[in-house]
Design a protein around this ligand. Structure first.
Ligand code: DHE
Length: 510
């Protein structure tokens, strides 16, 4: 009898529980915000290229419980656990065909803020050069901080999942912010207002601004393109398809500005090449025209001519010396690196860089009569310090685990490096620039991820993120290393000081 009841109830469940049909469930519940093609709309694109970083259980809990402080509702009362599980599998399937994202589609996505009113002067009385932005990834906002008082001047919504450093216009008035979904937002710091936004790619990596502030380059994974926008009105100046010399299409890992060269330099994911895209002087005016035979042909009449430099290995993480002649690149295998001379377009040195260094967050400082560059490793607990005149390793400093970000300031005797991964993710090391020894290890919140540092304009204070949803930015006295203030924030990630950025401080990433 008992067995009969159990089987009957199992039968009843099988009859009443809706069968998982993820395509139908998507169309009924998700497409209104995330788009019929899963390429985003009000909500982000839901394709492997954008979800790859959202692990399975996280995706289940976002669908089931919703995402606080966003428009994402909870679906636990609409979809069964089985349906949600099937939906996560469906969302991780690659699209059969990626739609075109050409100049026409990009321009059609542009949304200018009709309420935006430009102003002549800042609408606030803080030092405009000491404004510091804190990206809060917990609820997709940016806090605009007065770098002297740490008072919050504004807190504005950004597109979903901002990645990479925001880029300031040369006078520090406007800031451009990019999300992994390819949206680029322009914000006026003087007026404390959004100017507009445009979707420059479907899945993007980062942005770079030209030294004269006229152009913004957006590095895309999807499609394989570089979008160049006019910073003025966010209109498209050019969409460059990225194909290596042999025609192989490639994603762009990152784009950087090279101010003295009046060019953007691109790290490519799928071909062993570095690209240089000129926006200013003609390449021959740069004094290395003799070298063109080894590169792809330059299209005459193109306002953004491309130079393609073949590299001995895939190099998709970069660091430039202060002259922007040399590019240090980490090899894909994570067991070494190379120095490419951009003037002659050739490798000039090998680097002893094991443990997958994160060159993108490297920094430099004067060390005796030379300049050193230091980078944390993503795969092991170490920071490598390299002499930039000989490219030899000066020291490998052991840390309590792999780190992600490093920072210093010209006026500070210390370098700060986090331990982003592993059991010691709650520590921040402070390294003496002269002795190259760790002089202090801070552990401000036991068990919380503590990462990324930015200095104030004068280097007096260091701002550290407690990278948790109920996190904070902690302000430290950069000399005594004592805590001065704690500003509650929603999963703060990077912080960016206007002065340090626009003056290319050697202690910060560019
Ligand atoms: Fe980043 C900068 C690449 C994962 C937060 N990250 C950069 C830059 C590159 C890069 C090339 C420099 C671009 C710039 O600022 O213009 N990041 C990568 C990766 O390849 C990697 C390892 C894998 C990926 O999925 O993209 C990666 N990055 C992450 C994260 O998981 C982080 C910690 C959290 C997040 O928000 O995605 C993260 N990356 C950041 C931040 C910066 C950044 C905060 C800007 C640092 C700065 O001080 O300028």
């Amino acid at each position: 009898m008992i067995r009969l009841i159990v089987s009957l109830s199992a039968l009843a469940l099988a009859v009443t529980a809706p069968l998982a049909d993820p395509a139908r469930d998507y169309a009924d519940n998700c497409q209104e915000c995330h788009g019929a093609e899963r390429l985003g709309g009000l909500g982000p694109a839901l394709i492997p290229q954008t979800l790859g970083r959202m692990r399975g259980p996280n995706l289940v809990s976002v669908i089931r419980d919703g995402r606080e402080a966003t428009q994402m509702p909870a679906f636990d009362e609409i979809l069964s656990a089985e349906q949600i599980e099937a939906l996560t599998v469906y969302l991780k399937e690659p699209l059969a065909e990626v739609p075109p994202w050409t100049e026409a589609e990009i321009m059609a996505s542009r949304l200018m803020n009709e309420d935006y009113t430009p102003v002549d002067q800042p609408t606030w009385s803080s030092d405009p050069m000491n404004i510091t932005l804190a990206v809060e990834t917990g609820d997709h906002h940016v806090s605009v901080l007065d770098g002297d008082t740490f008072e919050r001047l504004d807190r504005f919504a950004t597109p979903f999942a901002v990645h990479g450093g925001p880029k300031f216009s040369p006078e520090g008035r406007f800031v451009f912010i990019m999300s992994r979904d390819g949206w680029v937002q322009k914000y006026d710091l003087y007026a404390l207002q959004e100017v507009g936004r445009i979707r420059a790619g479907l899945n993007s990596r980062n942005i770079a601004i030209s030294h004269d502030g006229k152009w913004l380059a957006v590095a895309n994974y999807l499609p394989n393109s570089l979008t160049i926008l006019s910073t003025d009105d966010l209109s498209v100046a050019k969409v460059k398809e990225v194909k290596g010399k042999d025609g192989t299409p490639s994603r762009i890992s990152a784009v950087y500005q090279a101010p003295p060269r009046e060019s953007f330099v691109l790290a490519l994911k799928d071909v062993p090449e570095i690209w240089e895209v000129f926006y200013g002087k003609n390449p021959p005016e740069m004094g290395f025209a003799h070298d063109w035979r080894m590169e792809g042909p330059i299209k005459t009449g193109d306002p953004f001519p491309v130079r393609k430099i073949t590299t001995p290995d895939y190099l998709d993480d970069f660091f430039f010396d202060q002259s922007y002649e040399y590019v240090m690149g980490a090899s894909r295998s994570g067991d070494g690196g190379q120095v490419i001379d951009l003037v002659i377009g050739q490798k000039t040195a090998d680097l002893d860089l094991p443990g997958m260094p994160h060159l993108g967050s490297g920094i430099t400082w004067k060390y005796g009569d030379t300049t050193v560059m230091a980078t944390p490793h993503l795969k092991d607990g170490a920071v490598t310090v390299i002499d930039m005149s000989t490219w030899q390793t000066v020291k490998r400093i052991e840390t309590l685990g792999p780190g992600f970000f490093m920072r210093s300031h010209e006026n500070s005797p210390y370098v700060w490096v986090d331990v982003f991964f592993g059991p010691n993710k709650d520590v921040m090391h402070v390294i003496d620039k002269e002795s190259l020894e760790i002089v202090k290890t801070l552990r401000p919140v036991e068990g919380a991820t503590v990462a990324h540092v930015e200095f104030t304009k004068d280097g007096r204070f260091a701002l550290v993120s407690v990278w948790e949803d109920d996190g904070a930015v902690i302000v430290y006295d950069a000399e005594t290393l004592e805590e001065v203030k704690r500003l509650p924030m929603r999963k703060p990630s990077g912080k960016y000081n206007v002065w340090n950025k626009i003056t290319f401080s050697e202690g910060t990433s560019h």
